[in-house]
Design a protein around this ligand. Sequence first.
Ligand code: ATP
Length: 246
Amino acid sequence: AGAPLLVVNGIEVIYNHVILVLKGVSLTVPKSGIVAILGGNGAGKTTTLRAISNLLKGERGEVTKGSIEYKGERIEALTPADLVKRGVVQVMEGRHCFAHLTIEENLLTGAYTRTDKAEIARNLEKVYAYFPRLKTRRTSQAAYTSGGEQQMCAIGRALMCNPDMVLLDEPSMGLAPQIVEEVFNIVKDLNSKEKTTFLLAEQNTNMALKYADYGYIMESGRVVMDGKASDLASNEDVKEFYLGVG
Ligand code: ATP
């Protein structure tokens, strides 16, 4: 992990003009790092990711204070499409594959910002190299693939626009522990070989701290603790409140 790639500085987010949900959240994601945002239901993890990728508008939310910098530039005014062009892409919670399209068609929808066919084909092969399961399922309709395969498809699709940074919302949701491990191992692999930076939101603290370098724990719209993943994993308070080991 190197210099800061993303710096979120004291952001406040308000939904529907009245509901203050983020109350001054700051975090830093180093280049080529894996950073986890942890915390329970409703802590504000998804809202933080949406603020970064500018996906709040559809939810009637807005950033009312603070700043978000990516590669040293303010990005709050950029559209999600601009962000994709700059290398920031979000994988939304709940996977969101197109159910009636095949796995391969789903992956190709991720290349919408690109025009060079040879490059797209190379990119597809690269995704299949990281996700061999997707290659075997390439002609299957997404609707008939497993939850794990759909999660892999959603991540694979994000990789089709050659991102520098991927925001992953709750990648473990609804998946069996063994599949979660499989997904996280691929994330780790992408991170070490492609130097892709990951910022992920997870309720599965145990698993996230096993794979991330650094973690931020959120409660009621605030960061209440942060530290190196290994330090958080051995911290007594974290163990008691978030790891279910008392
Ligand atoms: P989860 O794991 O359930 O996604 P989270 O930590 O990601 O939890 P958020 O989804 O960011 O939390 O929600 C934070 C708070 O914002 C919650 O109290 C939630 O009810 C509220 N909230 C989320 N979306 C909206 C919205 N569109 N309008 C109003 N309030 C919202």
